[in-house]
Design a protein around this ligand. Structure first.
Ligand code: ADP
Length: 285
């Protein structure tokens, strides 16, 4: 045994790029717990309000609707909005005696700190090390089981939560970065891209949300802001551009009503935009 008694050979047999095959007990537990998860996607943005949680939730739901076994982990610890968007606020968290069970809704397995708060108004006041350990528990102690995709919704910015995910999940497929078309948002989002570069995390691609306005009557998309910031960022950083999602009043109404948009309006042009982005992610080279 080494000097550090928590270090053991990784029994999963995986080569663990973060520890070179030597895992602490916690990392080993996390690794074993996620052995059945084929793909992990981190969704992040440089700025709040660009629709990152909306995109993460609808991406996860689109994947589930396409028949992929999908999980959605909300690591926005201070502002968890996934339970509200999925209409599962107040769900009772259960265990199987050993692990915490994700809440299942419409074929999607979901975990969020919001599910354990006594009321939606309750504030979470934690510093970095606590956040790291909570995220570690979400990954190691939730019964995710066999999944094709685990989508992780991180809070805006480049703080403790996305950093913890990057450190805990070096084996993930990478990050999807959400921006809006305006240059101001793109400037903040470029910070996310340089963060990902610094922590050596793969960028799956950029999504431009709120890109034009989809008419609720005819579905035609009108450009109401400048366009192209997402595509420009993708070109600048040499990463894929995954597609655009328009502002669609039904997206907002669906989020507020707790029924994800792609679930309720699967045939709309905006839902097709989500589906095309999912295809771009699933079929990427
Ligand atoms: P973030 O996670 O980036 O802070 P949210 O996903 O919470 O942002 O979205 C902020 C608000 O914008 C929500 O009310 C949401 O319903 C709305 N929204 C997000 N994307 C769209 C869209 N494409 N069309 C209309 N409303 C949207």
């Amino acid at each position: 045994m080494s000097d550090n008694s928590t270090e053991q050979s990784c029994p999963s047999g995986h080569s663990c790029s973060s520890c070179g095959g030597k895992c602490s007990d916690e990392k080993r537990r996390l690794h074993e717990n996620l052995l059945g998860v084929k793909h992990i996607l981190l969704v992040m943005s440089g700025k709040g309000g660009v629709g990152k949680s909306t995109v993460a939730t609808n991406l996860a739901m689109s994947l589930a609707l396409q028949g992929f076994a999908t999980g959605l982990l909300d690591v926005d610890l201070h502002g968890p909005s996934v339970p509200k968007m999925l209409g599962i606020e107040g769900s009772q968290l259960m265990t199987d005696g050993e692990k915490l069970l994700p809440v299942e809704t419409a074929n999607l397995k979901v975990m969020s700190i919001g599910l354990s708060l006594s009321s939606p108004d309750q504030a979470v006041i934690w510093r970095g090390p606590v956040k790291y350990s909570v995220i570690q528990q979400f990954l190691a102690d939730v019964a995710w089981g066999e999944l094709d995709y685990l989508v992780i919704d991180a809070p805006p910015g480049t703080g403790d939560e996305p950093l913890s995910v990057c450190q805990l999940l070096p084996q993930a497929d990478g990050a999807v970065v959400v921006t809006t078309p305006q240059q101001l948002a793109a400037t903040d989002v470029s910070k996310s891209l340089s963060f990902l570069k610094q922590v050596n995390y793969r960028v799956i691609g950029i999504i431009e949300n709120m890109s034009g306005f989809a008419c609720p009557h005819c579905g035609e998309v009108t450009q109401i802001f400048s366009q192209g910031a997402g595509e420009d960022l993708a070109a600048k950083y040499g990463v894929p551009f995954l597609g655009r999602i328009p502002i669609d009043p039904q997206v907002c109404a669906a989020g507020d009503s707790g029924k994800p948009f792609v679930y309720s309006f699967g045939k709309s042009a905006t839902a097709k935009a989500f589906a095309q982005i999912v295809d771009a992610i699933v079929n990427r080279g």
